[in-house]
Every structure is written in C-alpha cells, then in structure tokens.
Design a protein around this ligand. Sequence first.
Ligand code: PMP
Length: 361
Amino acid sequence: MNNLIRPQPGILEIAPYVGGKAAVAGVAHAVKLSSNENPFGASEKAREAYLRAVHNLHRYPNTDHAELRGAIADVYGLDAARVICGVGSDEILQFIAQAYAGPRDEVVFTEHSFLMYRLLAHAVGATPIQVAERDRTVDIDAILAACGPRTKLVFLANPNNPTGTMIPMSEVERLADNMPRQAILVLDGAYAEYVEGFDGGLSLVESRSNVVMTRTFSKIYGLGGLRVGWGYGPAEIIDVLGRIRQPFNLSAGQMDAALAAVRDQEYVAKCRTENARMRAWLAQALEEAGVPSDPSHANFILARFSSTEEAQACDAFLQAEGLIVRQVAGYNLPHCLRITIGDEASCRRVAHAVAKFKGTR
Ligand code: PMP
C-alpha cells in the first residue's frame, strides 16, 4: 500500500473490540456469563415471529419501521414519530456520533463506561474526554467541569456498564440543564428495563431539547443476536439521525421479532423479577465468599477482588470449571470481574466456584 493512503485521523487509535468469550475449549456444559445476555433467551413469541419472516425473504423490508416504532411508542408511552430503529443501540449511538461530532469536537464520557463511546469519538475524528468517577459512580460535577465550548456529546449510561451503578434522575437532570448549550446528552438505557418502575429518563427526553435516549432489544428482551435497538429524542434530532440511516438497515425478520418481543411485556416482567431475585442471591453469596460488589441495578454484578492478580487467577479458575465471565481490564477495572446474572443453576455454580477459589488462597 502506498503511504499516501491513510485512514481518517483517530481511526488507528481504536483498539479492536474484544467481545465476551464464547466457549471454553474442552469443557463440557460451559456457561457463558460474559456478555450480559438474558439466560432465558428470547420470548417464544419473538422466536415464532422470526421464523415466520422466512416466507418473505425475497421482499425488501419496510423502510420506515412504522409498525415497530408504533408498538414501541405504545408500550413506552411515546410519540412514534420520534422513535428511530437501528441495528442494535450501537447503530443509534453511531448515528448520533456521525451526525453531531467531528474533528475539533469533544465527546465526553466517564471512566468506567461502555467502550463504544471512546471508539465512536475516534471513528468520527473527535477528541474523547474521559472523566474520573467517584467510587465507581458517575460524578456529575466532574462531567460538568470537563465540558467546554467544544463539547458536542456527553454519553451517560444509567444503569452503567460495567459497574451496574445508577445515579438519581435529579442528577441527570442537573447535568442536562447545566451542560453547554451546543452539546447533546445521550442517555444510554440499555439496562433500564431491569429497574422496576424506571422509565430510563424518557420523561427527561420529553421535557428537554438536548437529551436523546438509546434502548436495546439485546438485554432484557433476550435478542442480542438479532441486533435491534432504538432511539428517542426531540423531533429535530431524530429527523437528522433518520437522514443518515440506510433505508433498509433492519431486515424483516429483525423487525418482526422485535415487534413480537416488545408486545410480550409479560415475558419482560418475568425476566426482570427473576434477574432481581438471582442478583440479590449472587451478590450475597459472593460477599460471603469474601468478594464484595456495589449494589447492581442491571443484569450483572461487578465482583471486586483484592488485586488484579487475584481477579485474573479467579477468571482462570472459573474458566477451568466451565464458567465464562468477563475481565474488565479494558474498562480500567483490572481487579474486577463482571458476572452476568444467569439462571439459578448457573448462579449457584458461580458462587460455589468463587468460594472454592477463595478457599485456595
Ligand atoms: N450500551 C451499553 C451500556 C451496553 O452495555 C451495550 C451492550 N453491551 C450497548 C449499549 C449496545 O447494545 P446493542 O448494540 O446490542 O443494542
């Protein structure tokens, strides 16, 4: 390749994404608890809808996602015209970065937050600004102090990945109201459905002109493999995002399955209840084994070890037992392991294995 062909500035700063490990070679009955997936899978209705879509494989899908947007709007109490659907919420986050940030702009996010925010900043040539947290919790004053005349986007996940912590909506409101006026607050609600009675901040989107929310079907809906997410925001912003969306970004199967899933709120409620039950159980079992964690509001626990070495050793120990969890060194938390809440049998296996590991130390 000649050396005049170069990628845009920032692209080579992006570290290739390393996902949760899929399997353990040679270990039967391995359990994957590394990607915050729903251990119960998708609702039966979503699976059936996906299979039915096979009959129309020769047809182009609808470009306007009207039915899916309508169903999301009904279930969440929103204006369907201001819902936009994408290939996972990752694609909505990408639209926002592409449309609103570029070279010389700054994109703000916190120390232990979703890796995609940094990647997107680099991808559009903007400068990523990482803000320190306080005890693994978002510090709004520190975010406000990091904002300036070049800030275009502030990304905030609530509950946050990988910490599982949440900040009160009054704090989020304070951020929205005191940020620079040229910046958008992107509220990432990937785990919002795990919090009983929480709207993720949708009411804040309704009442402010500078707040956009992203949501996903990958977590509580159990459709990570389907790749569907959505965004909600002020009409002007959703109009802009719609202009850069490819007309056929979602296939018919994706739309049909997501539509059936969002209509099956009984299944969502069941998953939320079971997650809360096993999360409390696992947190306590780990604590009793000498591994503390902050109260989590999501479908995972961030288990804290006494050192990086101990976290790595425990990860290897669990892997040998067929239990795949996530090292979070990439999130600047090398002494922690993120463990997805599995079904009861998986949670018991993890708790037992961690206690056994601690007994060897
Ligand atoms: N936001 C957060 C905080 C996440 O943890 C994830 C998935 N790991 C996403 C967004 C993206 O999810 P998806 O693209 O599957 O919707």
